[in-house]
Design a protein around this ligand. Sequence first.
Ligand SMILES: Cc1ncc(COP(=O)(O)O)c(C=O)c1O
Length: 389
Amino acid sequence: MIKISQPCVGEEEIASIRLAFETKYLGLGSKVKEFEKALQDFLNPENPPYVACVSTGTSALHLACQAIDLKDGDEVLVPTITYLASFHAITATGATPIAVDVQPDTGCICPADTLKRLSSKTKAIMPVHYGSHLGPIKEIYAIAKKHNLRVIEDAAHSFGGTVDGKKVGDEGDIICFSFDGVKNITCAEGGAVVTRDPNVFQRVSDLRLLGVFKDSEQRYAGKRSYDFDCVEQGWRYHMSNVNAAIGLAQLKKIDTFAKIRQNHFKLYTKTLNKHIGSPLPLDIENTIPHPYIFNLTNPGSLDPETMRSKRNLLMEKLLERGIESGLHYKPNHLVSFFKTHNTEPLPVAEDLWSRMITFPLHCNLTEEDIIRVAQNANELYEEIFIKEK
Ligand SMILES: Cc1ncc(COP(=O)(O)O)c(C=O)c1O
């Protein structure tokens, strides 16, 4: 079976975990501090941003939302095509996620639709680096500046990428990474909030430890706060020394991971027949592609329902041939929990939803695996979409 995604971990991670065990402290401690420093050096050794490591990418987004004081009645503009995590992070603060349509080629938030959905309640925009593409990020910052909004970048897919010579996360308002099991680097589970705003950094650092003021600093020094005060709702969202140890070993391998993922991306794009669809238009030399998201061509004027059922058949037939595939992602405005505030159709996203398919991409795959996936997809597309037309 060719798995859609998989962690790429080995002896180096085990050796690093052993070192974490030797500290005799498994919670937020010296290894987390070391990982935060390693991330700062990776992002910009000369002028590092603040980095606070947390338990997941979802908790990173949630804490970022809380750190900018989102609350009941506030609205956040967020592309409808994203993982549920982006939407849940917003609702967790009481604020409302307003689903925004996406660009047809990148699948990222559409600036024109963003402007259309601005209201007096809008407090922030949460662009998502969909399939490792940053989309119209500069336009989004321009809109935010003009309307005095905060920006929380959901950068779960784009760790390690570079834009205009700067690492993703080095620049921007608040950038949230995920290091879950299948991301560009993994901590098993983990995430990070990156910012140059000292207030956001301090809030996130405290909120991840139940809101105890400066408890992170105590723990890094091997101490704990006992006679504490706490002034707001906090969470147990900190990263553990064990997860940080895995991340430290992974970060050392990032150049190797980048090459493998980039080569696989290029090989897919070369091997998949042009007429069957198109991948996201990534600047591949400066991107570490996380999923391989591909948008199938609608070969005639298939209605979305038929297109979707044929695409699903393609996925089933791939599975019969030992190849997993996936969908990234079902638009959130179609999900029951988020429908109430998002009743308008979002046509671009709904069209992409009927045509998207994600092919396997991870560092344990060989070139032969990629060619096998692509050739099977080519063959099945002809069978399902062309011959059966
Ligand atoms: C776009 C996006 N945002 C947020 C997350 C949440 O990250 P985590 O799984 O670490 O909570 C993910 C994870 O898959 C994601 O893909």
